[in-house]
Design a protein around this ligand. Structure first.
Ligand code: TEU
Ligand code: CA
Length: 556
């Protein structure tokens, strides 16, 4: 296995709209981010993934791009961006941009032009005639990620267009080679500025089955066998690589419903179409079938089983990414551990796992001080198109109350509430009276300033782990072996490499659990490296682990 910068790096995701507002309009912006660079440097991260900063009418808050080469005026100017990039690089922080190329906004010039059937842009999108006598039925049975048909009828054109997400996000037609040429040009534009790579949004949806045939009937993502991991993925990713390779750019592909064999298809070292991928198993231990609305009680066994598959499956061949949160997920505290009772211990336990598994950790803004979900109970308070659409859809299945409960638990807005900087008005996010999305009222207790001042905070624990990981390659390179696989409460594993051995043990229960270390561990001279309690056992021994107790032992 090759040593690489990205394997040793810790990434941080910024959702610009909610990070920091500099001009009192209640919306985060680039100048706001610049004002917080010291905070990021102090945290110790090596790279940032920016959720979209481009011009967008905000049907999906930036994931609907109307101009790939412009900065959203709400966030600032291109000059602001250049300045921010320079400052981050000066601080040795790499920058990766969000590359959203499965679809554009319907306000994008290409789409507007494409509504003229004689335009060269017409074929940039999937325009099709409808089915049925009057063409009033969609061209096939595919459904959108945001519920309902994946097709929208356009009166002016007299045809339907495909949108795997919102109707304002028409899918680009990669059967037309000119589309890829445009995208290559966009890649160059950003790489020439000096960005270090891309997080590639739903990248495995790019290749659709020729002819767009009907999918097998399915209650969710109908047609997915025709639009996920399609036959031309290598060809299309290869064309992106023609450009990326020239700049040695890093990529992480967001890959819906991925598994180990598919990940190896894209990321095997020496034959990379993508550097790494995001797999979603780490955030599916509290739902069924990877559908977050199908809520189930958190299962540590489910989590351990899927993580083991990835830890073993990619080892020595490719590279994992690790995450508990992003802008599409509810906060992990409240899902995998209690948001109130022992919140700090629980958040630190999850930090421990994130920093000690094999793979590159991604921290989502606010996660580093144990931010929790907001739980809004009025659908009108939600801003997210997905929340609104799935709420309507779920009302028919679970009733209004059930739909609200599920939305409150898993909505993406849970992660998008403004960053809680301090205990002043609107959490120090903005001077404005109102914010684009509600602030979580618990900001008075949970905020960055409190966490900076409290030596026992989640934030200071993250900082410590990041520093440890940076100075000790046994956190990075090393095999994974877990013990007590059937335990529903204990997650214990060994990481072993030429740099030494780490033994990690976590109690995922919010109560005392007795623990006996495996013989092979107890027989070696492991000593305590760090823990989320200040009086944990100095060596692995028979003990009662306290609620969410997490310990890292080291053997040189
Ligand atoms: O997400 C893709 C994706 O699979 C999500 O829509 C997912 O289905 C959902 O969020 C789970 O709740 C990416 C972006 O991360 C997301 O923000 C965008 O809305 C989407 O693509 C479309 O660009
Ligand atoms: Ca602003």
């Amino acid at each position: 296995m090759k040593n690489q910068w990205y394997k040793e790096a810790v990434f941080y995701q910024i959702y610009p709209r909610s990070f920091k507002d500099s001009n009192s309009d209640g919306i985060g912006d680039i100048k706001g981010i610049i004002s917080k660079i010291d905070y990021l440097v102090d945290l110790g991260i090596d790279a940032i993934w920016f959720s979209p900063l481009y011009a967008s009418p905000n049907a999906d808050y930036g994931y609907d791009i109307s101009d790939y080469k412009a900065i959203n005026p709400e966030y600032g100017t291109m000059e602001d961006f250049d300045k921010m990039l320079k400052l981050l690089h000066k601080n040795n922080i790499k920058v990766i941009m969000d590359l959203v190329i499965n679809h554009t906004s319907d306000q994008h010039e290409w789409f507007q032009q494409s509504r003229d059937v004689n335009s060269k842009y017409h074929d940039y999108y999937y325009w099709r005639d409808g089915k049925g006598k009057w063409g009033k039925k969609p061209p096939n049975n595919w459904t959108s990620f945001f519920a309902g048909s994946a097709w929208q009828y356009d009166e002016k054109v007299g045809k339907w267009y495909l949108h795997l997400f919102d109707k304002n996000q028409p899918d680009l037609n990669y059967f037309n080679p000119n589309v890829m040429k445009e995208i290559q040009d966009i890649l160059r534009f950003w790489l020439d500025k000096g960005v270090d790579g891309f997080r590639c949004d739903v990248i495995t949806l790019l290749s659709k089955t020729f002819g767009l045939p009907n999918g097998a009937p399915s209650p969710a993502l109908c047609g997915r066998e025709h639009y996920i991991d399609g036959p031309r993925m290598e060809e299309l990713l290869g064309q992106l690589q023609e450009v990326l390779r020239e700049y040695d750019a890093f990529t992480v592909g967001e890959s819906v419903l991925i598994n180990v064999p598919k990940a190896l298809r894209y990321t095997t070292e020496g034959n990379e179409y993508l550097t790494t991928v995001f797999a979603f198993d780490s955030v599916n231990a509290d739902n069924y079938f990877g559908l977050k609305q199908l809520v189930r009680p958190f299962s540590l066994r489910k989590l351990k089983n899927s993580m083991r598959t990835w830890q073993h499956g990619l080892y020595g061949k490719s590279w994992n990414t690790l995450f508990w949160e992003n802008h599409d997920q509810a906060r992990i505290v409240g899902r995998y551990c209690d948001p109130v009772v022992n919140r700090v211990e629980g958040a630190k336990m999850l930090a421990t796992v994130l920093m000690t598994l094999s793979g590159t950790p991604f921290i989502y803004q606010g996660q580093e001080f144990g931010t929790t979900s907001i739980r809004m109970t009025d659908i009108n308070d939600y801003q997210d198109v997905e929340a609104k659409r799935t709420y309507e859809m779920m009302k028919g299945i679970f009733g209004a109350k059930g739909a609200m409960k599920r939305t409150a638990y898993c909505s993406r807005d849970n992660a998008r509430t403004p960053m809680q900087w301090d205990d002043s008005k609107n959490a120090g996010f903005t001077d404005a009276d109102t914010t684009w999305l509600k602030v979580n009222p618990n900001y008075v207790q949970i905020n960055a300033k409190q966490a900076q001042e409290d030596p026992n905070s989640v934030l200071n624990y993250y900082k410590k782990l990041i520093r440890l990981r940076k100075n000790d390659k046994s956190f990075v390179y090393g095999t994974y072996k877990d013990y007590y696989r059937n335990s529903a409460k204990i997650w214990a594993y060994l990481r072993e490499s030429e740099y030494g051995k780490l033994f990690v043990v976590c109690n995922f229960a919010n109560k005392d659990v007795s623990f006996t270390p495996p013989k092979e561990i107890a027989n070696q001279n492991f000593t305590l490296l760090t823990s989320n309690y200040d009086d944990s056992c100095q060596t692995p021994q028979k003990t009662k682990l306290r609620p969410y107790e997490a310990i890292i032992y080291k053997l040189q």
